[in-house]
Design a binder for this molecule. Structure first.
Ligand code: NDP
Ligand code: 2IT
Length: 450
């Protein structure tokens, strides 16, 4: 067994039953073969064995009282994965599917994503198996306060700076910030994604979706094309999907689909974004009501999805933007996309494509932007929020957007150049994994055995 596969085998025996985490680790480590072969220093310093083991894993009880007076108990997590490049940085996910495997896969991805931004941020992730669906505002507040009552002792503006992810937006960040301030007495930039009224940064809300579209445009420009006139499939209808669709319209493309956990909407003439914002950002409703306003749209409920995948990828289009969740784009979906003429996939979500789907995209040589590169605009803009908080300044929308564009361009150029350097031009998966790894690994070596 070679070095990489024996490291993965050891990981599976020391951390059993964490399939999403193994998937993320295998994808990265298998890309590292060429660099590990060329440089003895990574093996000598046991870099990959150290990288796959989080520096610290915090798991805690989150008790709270619901509106009926019942006591509820959830499981909370913060995984502080790697601090070689800066304070731990990464989101919090509140979703019933959350477990240690999911938080570890997200934290592991975050290390390389954050390294690719070129900014001084380490990798971390957290969350809880709490289901916000159907909960009142008061219940959400009590849950967030209880979650922060444990988390506050582990975080700080120069140690660990959480943000949002699935199920955590400005409302939840507000309640958590309030509780942090109450417990510590300190008003500081300990969370990002804050409201614009009290320390948030312009463009943070839009940044992940906008960034995934900027990244797509850089991929197409390098191939002599552009997004102008392209028909795009988008999945998800949350923060990332909404602002990906907004930027697609601004760049002359047309998003024709979106989805939520209950179903998919396909609208030939283009998704009505104002309606989606109203349904998802205000009334927190489900997408099935879209057809009441647009009878010409198609709605497919989850029960009617194809057996081997997801309805949202079964329409013909030029480009695909998976912006919902992990493993939402299967081999069957990848085949359907390629047959339908899709030339580009830019991942707004974390690990949305299965291993087999990614292999199909790379074999077909379409423009494929892996999540850790394409969706890095969110965390990068979080770091811009930290910089503004630390210097007590606030930058204009245009200033932040310009920095975001430049960061996405740098990530594209770095991944693309690294792919060429290692003999696989255009393979941005390989390029992003090696470039992210190299920055973290070299920092770890310089900082000694810690
Ligand atoms: P939101 O909670 O705002 O939206 C998530 C969307 O995806 C919702 O429409 C939700 O449906 C749908 N969804 C979530 N889980 C599932 C599931 N298991 N099956 C089907 N649909 C699902 O989250 P974000 O938009 O913030 O996050 C989306 C993705 O982007 C995640 O992978 C996240 O890790 C990633 N990401 C987010 C960043 C950020 O800044 N927010 C940064 C980088 C990556 P419903 O409305 O029914 O709940
Ligand atoms: O996956 C991600 O990069 C995020 N959820 C955003 C993290 C952040 O710290 O802004």
């Amino acid at each position: 067994m070679n070095y990489i596969h024996s490291t993965i085998a050891q990981l599976k025996s020391s951390s059993p039953a964490q399939c999403e985490f193994y998937q993320a680790v295998e994808e990265v480590l298998e890309s590292l073969e060429p660099i590990l072969e060329n440089s003895e220093k990574y093996k000598k310093n046991a870099i990959i064995q150290r990288l796959v083991e989080p520096e610290r894993q915090i798991m805690f009880r989150v008790p709270w009282v619901d509106d009926e007076g019942n006591i509820q108990v959830n499981k909370g997590y913060r995984i502080e994965f790697n601090s070689a490049l800066g304070p731990y940085k990464g989101g919090l996910r509140f979703h019933p599917s959350v477990n240690a495997s999911i938080i570890k896969f997200l934290g592991f991805e975050q290390i390389f994503k954050n390294a690719l931004t070129g900014l001084p941020i380490g990798g971390g992730k957290g969350g809880a198996n709490f289901d916000p669906k159907g909960r009142s505002d008061a219940e959400i507040m009590r849950f967030c306060q209880s979650f922060m009552s444990e988390l506050y002792r582990h975080i700080g503006p120069t140690t660990d700076v959480p943000a949002g992810d699935i199920g955590v937006g400005a409302r939840e960040i507000g309640y958590m910030f309030g509780q942090y301030k109450r417990l510590t007495g300190r008003y500081e930039g300990v969370l990002t994604g804050k409201s614009l009224l009290w320390g948030g940064s312009l463009v943070r809300k839009e940044a992940t979706g906008y960034g995934a579209v900027y990244f797509a445009d850089y991929m197409l420009q390098a191939r002599g094309g552009s997004l102008q006139g392209k028909r795009c499939l988008v999945s998800g209808a949350g923060n990332v999907a909404i602002y990906a669709m907004e930027k697609l319209y601004q760049m002359g493309a047309t998003p024709v689909s979106c989805s939520d956990s209950r179903g998919t909407v396909y609208h030939e003439s283009g998704i009505d974004l104002d309606l989606i914002k109203c349904l998802k950002e205000q009334s927190r409703d489900c997408l099935s009501t879209y057809k009441q306003t647009h009878p010409d749209a198609i709605y497919i409920a989850v029960n009617d999805y194809p057996k081997d995948g997801h309805a949202v990828w079964r329409f013909n289009a030029d480009a695909a933007f998976p912006c919902a969740t992990q493993n939402e784009l299967t081999q069957g979906d990848a085949n359907a996309l390629l047959t339908g003429g899709c030339l580009l996939v830019s991942e707004g979500a974390n690990m949305p494509s299965t291993k087999e789907a990614i292999e199909s995209f790379i074999a077909a040589k379409i423009a494929y932007g892996p999540g850790k590169a394409a969706n890095a605009g969110g965390v990068a803009t979080s770091q811009l929020e930290m910089a503004q908080n630390a210097s007590m300044q606030s930058w204009t929308f245009e200033e932040v957007d310009e920095k975001l564009k430049q960061i996405m361009k740098n990530i594209f150029v770095t991944a693309n150049d690294t792919a060429t350097e290692f003999g696989e031009p255009g393979n941005l998966l390989l390029g992003a994994n090696i470039a992210g790894f190299r920055r973290v690994a070299d920092a770890m070596i310089e900082q000694g055995v810690v």
